[in-house]
Unconditional design. Structure first.
Length: 411
């Protein structure tokens, strides 16, 4: 099999991946997807199932793609490791639309039982992966909403007993996984197993997208700023606004249905306030686990200069400086990712003013973007004609000084 070609990447960007495998009901309809770690776009299997893999899946699905783009309105099953179950790493999303899979490799002791109990009481649905009788995982049956049975490894006689034991808990839905043959599929009907998953129905599909590379220094600074219970909001905002990748992740996380945030946002501050510092802290912890590499300073400087220039000239167009910064940053990020501002804006929970300015260049904010774009392309006559202020060049120089100082403080 010839591997797919790897797209050419701009400096400061990288490819991110997540695999999804459908879970079907008895009628053949897709009711959920299991999200799986993939390190490459041509990877056949996960390769690893540790905290790093779980962090990558969560970050990529929720903060890079946007979970709605991955699973739509269906439920997503996510494998979680011991660190997440006992609270050493905190889940950065609510229980809506998510099922947490307890891997069969996890040692179930009192600490894990207590952690899973707390998660179930918080509303998270729990699935027991590759469940077998005679293991400590039986302690989790009263807390489980789903039990996944590997029919590829199970003997028919053992399967009958497992199904009988699970049926003693009326709230449990059974999922047959590892289905590779028609005979195995027939067993699911014989035993009345509600949900089915396996290669005979559908193989995992690897989704790949281009993402900005967050600055390692900014990620660590953000984690430090959030280390106290009542973190300094202004300092947190300063760090996020200085890194386009962090800003984009925050917006996509805000837009995820699992976060449960209604409405649209028009500034980084509003997004942080809506999500809450505690939730931002959780995302920062995952980014630290991911150990993101440094982004290219020149690419980040250009993006920040555009955002700051939009902010600087916004008052001349009676536009909110915060909204102008956001619009300028997103338009710059779209260019780095090789997509259009309109397409990127469609993925984010932006206010109508910002969304229409990015999509159609409409309104006063659209004028701000046109002035900045004209200046960047060397069309000084058009920029000067459209600009209502006195000193466009001064605003440009001020934006460049600010971006240089901002990046310099992080390097």
């Amino acid at each position: 099999m010839i591997p797919p070609p790897v797209p050419a990447l701009s400096p400061g960007t990288r490819l991110v991946h997540v695999a999804r495998q459908p879970i079907f009901d008895a009628a053949g309809d897709v009711v959920a997807y299991e999200l799986l770690f993939r390190g490459r776009m041509d990877a056949i299997d996960a390769g690893r199932r540790d905290a790093y893999a779980t962090s990558q899946v969560i970050l990529n699905a929720f903060a890079e793609f946007g979970v709605g783009a991955v699973v739509g309105d269906r439920t997503c099953f996510i494998n979680v490791t011991r660190e997440f179950l006992i609270g050493e790493l905190t889940l950065p999303f609510g229980p809506e639309g998510v099922v947490l899979e307890v891997l069969e490799s996890i040692t179930v002791d009192d600490e894990v039982v207590a952690g899973v109990t707390a998660l179930a009481e918080a509303g998270y649905r729990i699935a027991l992966d590759d469940f077998e009788l005679g293991t400590a995982h039986e302690r989790l049956l009263p807390l489980a909403s789903y039990v996944k049975l590997d029919l590829l490894q199970s003997k028919p006689g053992d399967l009958a007993e497992v199904v009988r034991r699970c049926r003693a808990y009326p709230g449990i839905v059974l999922v047959a996984e590892g289905l590779e043959t028609g005979e195995q599929l027939a067993l699911t009907n014989r035993y009345g197993i509600e949900l089915r998953q396996g290669y005979v129905l559908s193989r995992p599909q690897v989704l790949t997208a281009t993402a900005l590379t967050p600055s390692r220094m900014h990620s660590l600074q953000l984690l430090g700023a959030l280390s106290t219970v009542d973190g300094d909001l202004d300092h947190v905002l300063e760090i996020i606004a200085a890194d386009p990748a962090l800003t984009l992740r925050l917006l996509r996380a805000t837009n995820s249905a699992a976060v449960g945030i209604p409405g649209r946002v028009s500034s980084v501050r509003q997004a942080v306030v809506l999500v809450g510092l505690a939730q931002v802290r959780r995302w920062a912890m995952l980014m630290a686990v991911e150990e993101a590499a440094d982004a290219t300073p020149a690419q980040m400087a250009d993006a920040l200069t555009r955002a700051r220039l939009c902010e600087n000239i916004a008052p001349s167009f009676t536009v909110s400086p915060d909204a102008a910064f956001m619009a300028g940053l997103i338009s710059a990020v779209a260019q780095l990712l090789g997509t259009s501002p309109s397409a990127l804006a469609h993925e984010l929970p932006l206010s109508l003013e910002i969304g229409t300015a990015l999509a159609r260049g409409a309104g006063p904010l659209g004028q701000v973007l046109r002035v900045v774009s004209a200046y960047e392309h060397g069309d000084l006559t058009e920029a000067a004609t459209a600009y209502r202020g006195d000193d466009l060049v001064g605003s440009v120089m001020a934006a460049m000084r600010w971006s240089t100082m901002t990046l310099g403080a992080a390097l």
